[in-house]
Design a protein around this ligand. Structure first.
Ligand SMILES: [Zn+2]
Length: 317
């Protein structure tokens, strides 16, 4: 959907991937959660935060506080994320845009990506402090690695504002763009979620993919979390767009017999993938109600023991 509107004295296309309002049914089974990331550096950043968030949520039975902590990495329901590009040609940018549109348009997910303009697609712009202000900063073109993304609001930490938070160099496939965009919406990997019982052969992964031990662990270790407010799913969906495929069955202890064996990357989102996104960003969640709930928590919650990293995320809204 696009519409024209004047901005700063000149006409500009204001392109927002928008979603039809629909009734959201909470508590449905089997959607995905927010755990995991493709890029090991970014996983190193996000993983400890999740552990801390988990501990904090476990320490209280207050539903408002649990809600507050569980959304530390997620954007606000209904938030319009401003998108821009770093590098790349108009054609390369257009390709990413088209994939994003296919992911989000009509998907009934209550968060939007505003590309501001499609001809030309906008460059990300630094402010006087040398920091970008856009929420979705996509690095494209030759010379950029593919593919990785910071998890959700990690991309808005001050120390991350000097660069892109989504890296889609070369000519990424649609499924790669979707996978990284979903990371940027705050989601982690399917195979790392607590319910996944995949047994990986780390030595084989190191050998086949050329990763070191820490990298393998960061991207394959199961995350330790079973708190319902922190999960958007139960079970394990082998066909999820957020699941890694195995280039060889030997990457799994149980080989091709493993319930996790997935010889090819997912080409599309599953129904359960969409369900997870809708649980994180329900159409029924009014931005004002969210803000009020967060304000209520802020007034009473004790953040004195919270790490500076998490504090920055919690203070961001
Ligand atoms: Zn990933």
């Amino acid at each position: 959907m696009s519409s024209r509107q004047p901005m700063g004295g000149r006409m500009r296309f204001h392109v927002i991937l928008a979603f039809a309002v629909t009734l959201f049914v909470a508590g449905s089974a089997g959607a995905h959660n927010e755990w995991g990331t493709f890029n090991p550096e970014f996983n190193d950043e996000a993983g400890p935060l999740l552990t801390e968030v988990t501990d904090l949520a476990n320490s209280t039975s207050d539903e408002d506080k649990r809600y507050f902590f569980s959304r530390a990495l997620l954007w606000r329901p209904g938030q319009i994320l401003k998108a821009c590009f770093i590098g790349g040609t108009q054609a390369e940018r257009n390709s990413i845009f088209n994939s994003a549109a296919r992911l989000l348009n009509g998907a009934r997910i209550n968060v939007s990506i505003d590309f501001q303009s499609t001809n030309p697609f906008p460059d990300c712009k630094k402010n006087a402090q040398g920091l970008y202000t856009e929420e979705i900063r996509i690095a494209v073109g030759s010379g950029v690695k593919c593919c990785s993304a910071r998890i959700g609001r990690n991309g808005m930490k001050k120390r991350n504002l000097g660069e892109a938070n989504i890296f889609l160099g070369g000519a990424p496939q649609g499924w790669q763009v979707w996978h990284e965009l979903i990371h940027a919406l705050g989601f982690f990997h399917e195979h790392q979620k607590p319910d996944a019982t995949c047994r990986f052969n780390y030595a084989e992964i190191k050998r086949l993919w050329g990763w070191d031990e820490a990298t393998v662990k960061a991207n394959f270790d199961r995350l330790n979390n079973d708190e319902r407010d922190l999960r958007f799913s139960s079970g394990f969906d082998r066909k999820s767009i957020m699941d890694y495929y195995q280039s060889s069955p030997t990457m799994l202890v149980d080989g091709a017999q493993s319930p996790c064996y997935n010889p090819a990357p997912a080409q599309t989102l599953t129904g359960v993938d969409y369900e997870g996104l809708r649980l994180a960003y329900p159409m029924s969640a009014a931005p004002d109600a969210h803000r009020q709930r967060v304000a209520r928590v802020r007034a009473v919650v004790d953040l004195s023991g919270v790490s500076p990293e998490l504090r920055e995320l919690l203070d961001m809204e």
